[in-house]
Design a protein around this ligand. Structure first.
Ligand code: G3H
Ligand code: 13P
Ligand code: ZN
Length: 309
């Protein structure tokens, strides 16, 4: 099976009240860990690449690794650009074989965001590629988009409807209280479910996207810290909130930080317990296994998409 767009994945997810995981990838071990997990769970999958990942690994290396993953696994995999900040990077990914791109115009004014998103939609749709946009601003650090908590503003439901109608975009990332990275909440975690319900009732059968959706499981933070790490005050989105979002029109849940934590915890543990090792395979294998375990956990406990491929 070739790479797929997210159209069919989202249609099934919407109808089945579950979400598809969109996992950020940067190298072979991360790709293999994620794909092995999805294969074992027979789950649909979105692999996403940020501008930073593309710069780190190069487009062609990631492309070839993901083509290998598609061939090796036989799974329906969608290859998505995460947080494209301008038309040029979206065009480059459309031309370079991605099946989905995100144009993140959330830092622009409403009208500028619409104009930019429309331009990408026209280019991508003419070539069979789907587009995600973002309306509302997440707190935290995005790839090349720095947003202060102070500036952060949640998605306005009426604007969301107008935005979707005027741009023709295929899915929309919304801001309801999540943020990128490992430090999402200072006090008790809370998401604006009333706002999510309003948006999804105004946009029936339309796939919504949740960025900044890592759960930051305490055991992985603890393991990093046990073996020399220093991660203080980390807090993620509770799993039950994500399951609830998956039943309210959220069809795509973005996960990067949890993969980073799992991988780093495994490498830290290995290096601490085997200080004489210097063969990369000795520590990258447990790191890859940790990614696999994390993704299986997500598929079963957060996305509810096991057996849906
Ligand atoms: O939302 C951003 C993703 O976590 C990607 O992060 O830009 O460091 O690759 P990155
Ligand atoms: P996390 O930092 O919560 O993993 O979010 C990742 C993300 O939204 C990528 O676009
Ligand atoms: Zn994001």
């Amino acid at each position: 099976m070739p790479l797929v767009t997210s159209t069919e994945l989202f249609k099934k997810a919407y109808e089945g009240n579950y979400a598809v995981g969109a996992f950020n990838v940067n190298n072979m071990e991360i790709i293999q860990g994620i794909v092995d997990a999805a294969k074992e769970e027979n789950a649909p999958l979105i692999l996403q690449v940020s501008a930073g990942a593309r710069k780190y690994a190069k487009h062609i290396y990631l492309m070839k690794l993901i083509e290998a993953a598609v061939e090796d696994s036989g799974l329906p995999i969608c290859l998505h650009l995460d947080h494209g900040e301008d038309f040029e990077i979206c065009k480059s990914c459309v031309d370079g074989g991605f099946t989905s791109v995100m144009i993140d115009g959330s830092k622009h004014s409403f009208e500028e965001n619409i104009a930019l998103t429309k331009q990408v939609v026209e280019y991508a749709h003419a070539r069979g590629v789907v587009v995600e946009a973002e309306l509302g601003r997440l707190a935290g650090v995005e790839d090349a988009v720095k947003v202060n908590a102070k500036d952060a503003s949640y998605t306005d439901p009426d604007q969301a409807v107008e935005f979707v109608e005027r741009t023709g975009v295929d899915s929309l990332a919304i801001a309801i209280g999540t943020s990128h990275g490992a430090y999402k909440f200072k006090g008790d975690p809370s998401l604006d479910f009333a706002r999510l319900e309003k948006i999804s009732s105004l946009l029936p059968n339309f796939p919504l996207v949740l960025h900044g959706a890592s759960t930051v499981l305490p055991e992985f933070v603890a393991k990093c810290n046990q073996f020399g790490g220093k991660i203080d005050g980390a807090q993620g989105v509770p799993e039950d909130m994500l399951l609830r979002a998956g039943k309210l029109g959220v069809c795509k849940i973005n996960i990067d930080t949890d993969l980073r934590l799992a991988l780093t915890a495994a490498i830290r543990e290995h290096m601490a317990l085997h200080p004489a090792d210097f063969d990369p395979r000795q520590y990258l294998k447990p790191a890859r296994d940790a990614i696999k375990g994390m993704v299986q956990h997500k598929i079963k406990n957060v996305l509810n998409c096991s057996g849906r491929a």
